[in-house]
Design a protein around this ligand. Sequence first.
Ligand SMILES: [Zn+2]
Length: 919
Amino acid sequence: MDYKDTLILPKTKFPMRGNLPNKEPERRKQWEEEGLYAKDMERTKDRPMYVLHDGPPFANGDLHIGHALNKILKDFITRYKSMTGYYAPFVPGWDTHGLPIETALTTTKKIDRNKVSVAEFRQLCADYAMEQIDNQRNQFKELGVRGNWDDPYITLTKEYEAAQIRVFGEMAKQGYIYKGLRPVHWSPSSESALAEAEIEYQDKRSPSIYVAFEVTDGKDLLNDGEKFIIWTTTPWTIPANLGISLHPDLQYLVVAVEDDKYVIAEDLLEDVSEKLAWVDPKVVKTFRGQEADRIVAKHPFYDRDSLVMLGDHVTIDAGTGCVHTAPGHGEEDFYICREYGIEPLSPVNDKGVLTEDAPGFEGLFYDSANKPITEKLEEVGALLDLEFITHSYPHDWRTKKPTIIRATAQWFASIKDFRDNIIDSIKEVNWYPKWGETRIHNMFADREDWCISRQRVWGVPIPVFYEENGEPIITDETIEHVARLFNEHGSNIWFEWDAKDLLPEGFTSEHSPKGEFTKETDIMDVWFDSGSSHEAVLNTRDDQQRPADVYIEGSDQYRGWFNSSLTTSVAVSGEAPYKNVISHGMVLDGKGTKMSKSIGNVVEPKKILQQMGADILRLWVSSVDYQSDVRISDDILRQVSESYRKVRNTFRFMLGNLADFNPAEDRVAVEELQEFDKYMLHQLQQLIDKVRKAYESYDYSTVYHAIHDYCSIDLSSFYLDFAKDVLYIEAKNNVRRRSIQTVIYESALAIAKMLTPIIPHTTEEIWSHIPGEKEEWIQLSDIPSSYDVYEDESELEKWDHFMKVRADVLKALEEAREEKVIGNSLEAHLTIAAKDEYTKEVLETIPYLHQMLIVSDASLVDPSEELKDYNYVQLAVAFCPGEKCERCWVVSETVGDNENHPTICTRCAEVVEEHYSHL
Ligand SMILES: [Zn+2]
């Protein structure tokens, strides 16, 4: 008789290899045809709503790995919530306005701006953005990201723009919007103001000059003719100088050098002496900065005062401690001058050319003005030193040309008017990681205002009209009218229609009694667009609500979307738009280097999908500590694939052993489970607890590691290994066998569900191989909650203790193998003596002790000196007497006892005689 036919070996069609790149697209097609997302929303619609609000990616170009990380994390969250008691719709969004699209049209699409009207150009921008959205949408779907892809939110839609206009109107109504002169980053090459985010730093060669300013009114502290020394690398701003800033708490010196006396900070004496080649400078006076408040010096070549002011922005990092202050060309300069009631002077036009307010230099490009200005300083004897330095300097990210700081008329949201509310609302939000709170707090702590106007065309117009005398008009009536018009026609009408057609019929005002108005031509900062999504999306759609439960974006968004959303939300609703904010890091290459095309280390999501599959990419996302910068490389992905294979094989084994299991009939009730199976069921509950807690705190690497370890350690290398001896050997309906199958079945169900938010393609495949009645799709099921397996905790304690004894046994077996006493553990006969009463009690009550330890025999004895000492027991491992059973491979002295079956043990012979006599 071939005893192989009497074994119940695993049988399953679930393949060993995932073949994901080929199978996943078919699977997603099926999901789409089935409308699984809509079905799940229908299934969960009566549950509490959980809103993850999508930060809109910019609609331009293919997805990079950072997009993939971001959207996959979002998918983990919404899928998990949907499977644990919530209605968690995902509404994807796109950000569509802004310079990169204008640039793409003029460069990639070769549109000549001079040949099309503004409105036509804007329509081309819109068409382009919609194409880009289609492309990105397909790529997001390929990642397995689930959501309402047919009805996303898009910032260029009429409804969105109308909502944004209302946000602006509400802020204006509260008095937060104003027009003012203020220094901003200005790009002469684009003739536009730039946002901080549009600035990049590059090296630039600049003149570095030291200039003397003569005191004309020294109060009681200084004498006329003594000179402050300032240092600057922008000589072209000297015509705009209106003051000199000192730090109130720094020590300053009056130093005599030959016939002159100079004022500098004490800490910089050495540096300045060296720079200006002073020989033997003599300190004639020492004073604190605050004593010099409002001392008056004179401009080196204009007949104008330069006032000494005190400010904390003065440092001793470089220069002289006396800071050249030109409020039209520096933010700190601007604020300090405002405190002293000095209006900014900015004698530079849009093109970067000096104006008639810089007499003697008008008509010169700022950079070309450096030389004549320096020469003028030399001519009047104010230039103490000139050299050239290369330093990091702001450039326009698009034109790559240097930018300047320049005061221009801009629209602002006055942050300081509601800054306290913002800061309070920050405290109400949970920030992950914790430092996020400090980062965002610091962004607002000193912030005065937000420049929201841009001198471009592809964006939402600033809905302001001007009366005949130039006074701006923003009223509830005009805002609502514009919002309604935009809602109906889109914002392009702003550029197509006359002002009077954009105003309510017959609208007049004090300074425009005949209804003659002009309109603003600036558009809004794109951050105002996406920052209004809480109103345009959360507060508008039926499947959303404000505040959202969570925003999750890259850590650059503390200055971006987290920031602009918080600002407009607090302004219009009085609270933050989110309850939880999570930030993730950047994706770096395997060595921790930033990815760049020029280095050639860019890892493209598309390639990973084609070579390994979306589930591998998704599993990688779950494996990393995403709140810091993360790494990806072929090696790292190979390791992830290895873990994937381990988990997959564990499932294959489980499914194989459930081939003859019908849960409706064969499932064993918890209280009737074999003791150890019950213990494993308890372990499974522990895992469920741990995994759910980790999901709740957005900690996916714990989910990944917990499940991976459970599959490879608890299940594969222990439970399933031990279970083989029952599953394969015993008769089909044997109660111990059914007990084990019950636990395997429960484990397969629970683990597959817990993995579904992470690797849905794979778990859906697993699902189709799990026997019994169940939901049609695992995605339409719920993740189980844990429950108490034990009524009596002493049984749990006993098995916990047994696991400690088992560790001793494993160690002893390993030693025996090394000493060549045995080969595999089934050749071992153990002699065990408990070292204490409790251990003894435990060991005496373990059923099938030798099977539990995966050895052929185990005898319990009293302690003796012949046994080796371990933590809880004394042990001896011997080669088991007897012969190896042909059927179960256990070494037993009973082999041969049964005359009909002389090559198998008596236990096997019984099974064979009872169940396989027909063979
Ligand atoms: Zn046997």
